[in-house]
Design a binder for this molecule. Structure first.
Ligand code: UT7
Length: 329
């Protein structure tokens, strides 16, 4: 049986840091509030003029090419998960391919908000399992700062810019993407949305005046669902693979709020060293948060380690992936 293994992971974050102290000079907030309510100390912001999510994604992909030494011509498919495409069309994946100088691949984007990387990972793995491709790159690239209103204290402390990238290749071993589970419940629409700029409300002076080109979030409502849904999908995937938390080496949850992560850890009684967290440095980087975490903690992973990845985002869309790590870092 063919499986899709992750054979390399890389990430990219911009150099520019936006600290809580700086935010407190922009809106009515404080380092104390952000730290205790969300667990974020700083986030990265892509400030270079004329750059977008594709630049983040291209830099993560270039790092992957440099790290593996792979001939870029061998990459058959690039799937890019993003809620911040450079343009409504063409796909950000196609722009990334061009920026990295790959003319021989094909690519498309996936929109599944903060769950985008896991959804794209499942899609990439399915192509490999079906025998269609041997080298698939899954990228999550999010210039979240492009949709944040830096006058809205409810949202501006939360988000940061980043990209993460993995290479998927076939394996006949018991490693790689073992199982996936996803759900969508469209009732989430009014609670986490950017209403302006789409086909329902195309960009106009009115949409701009009403700040509809910024992210809107009903934080408390989203919080409750994020906790419950990441717990239930993680629980289901562990049960159906006969795993207890003792069998699992690492859990990587979407990094949206440290209190959400702590609630998941408490529910499953996950020891601190197994629950991977980097939200304090990067904030919520939407689809990029899980590959960014994989990349940051890659040095800890050993071949055979069992990982549960879980994400929740707009839609609502959420789910979990059971992954067995394939290499010693
Ligand atoms: O990634 C996709 C999924 N997203 C999530 O999972 C995020 C889920 N939600 C959350 O993480 C949290 O709900 C937030 C971090 C967004 C908000 O935290 P909260 O503890 O739920 O705060 P709240 O919205 O209930 O607001 C509590 C208070 C309010 O004041 P009052 O009404 O109690 O007087 C807010 O006005 O905190 C106030 N507040 C702030 N105070 C200082 C809201 N934002 C700020 C702020 N600084 N930045």
């Amino acid at each position: 049986m063919l499986r899709a293994k992750i054979s390399c992971v890389t990430s990219y974050v911009p150099d520019d840091i936006l600290s809580n102290e700086e935010l407190a000079q922009m809106v009515d907030t404080s380092d104390e509030w952000i730290t205790t309510r969300v667990g974020i100390k700083e986030r990265r912001i892509l400030r270079e003029e004329g750059t977008g999510s594709s630049d983040l994604g291209a830099r993560a992909l270039q790092a992957l090419i440099d790290k593996t030494g792979i001939d870029p011509k061998e990459i058959e498919l690039i799937i890019c998960a993003t809620s911040n495409p450079d343009f409504r069309f063409p796909s950000t994946a196609s722009i990334i391919a061009e920026k990295v100088g790959i003319k021989t691949t094909y690519g498309y984007d996936i929109q599944a908000a903060c769950a985008g990387f896991l959804v794209a990972l499942q899609a990439g793995a399915a192509y490999i399992q079906a025998g269609l491709y041997k080298k698939v790159v899954v990228i999550a690239a999010e210039k979240m700062s492009s949709m944040v209103n830096y006058k809205d204290r409810n949202t501006c402390p939360l988000f940061g810019d980043a990209a993460g990238c993995v290479l998927l290749e076939p394996t006949e071993e018991e490693t790689g993407v073992m199982d996936t589970i996803f759900h969508t419940d469209g009732m989430g629409l009014p609670h986490l949305v950017m209403t302006g700029g789409g086909s329902v409300r195309p960009a106009s002076h009115t949409t701009i005046d009403k700040n509809e080109h910024y992210v809107y979030q009903d934080g408390r409502f989203v919080f409750k669902h994020a906790v419950a849904d990441m717990i239930s999908s993680s629980s289901t995937i562990m049960q159906r693979n006969q795993l207890t938390i003792d069998d699992v080496d690492y859990v990587i949850p979407h990094q949206a709020n440290l209190r959400i992560i702590e609630a998941i850890a408490e529910r499953f009684n996950i020891p601190e060293e197994k629950m991977l967290v980097n939200i304090q440095h990067y904030g919520n980087t939407s689809a990029a948060s899980i590959p960014l975490c994989l990349s940051e903690f890659e040095h800890r992973f050993k071949k055979g380690d069992k990982l549960i990845l879980t994400a929740f985002g707009a839609g609502f869309t959420w789910g979990a992936v059971y992954l067995v790590w394939d290499y010693n870092s």
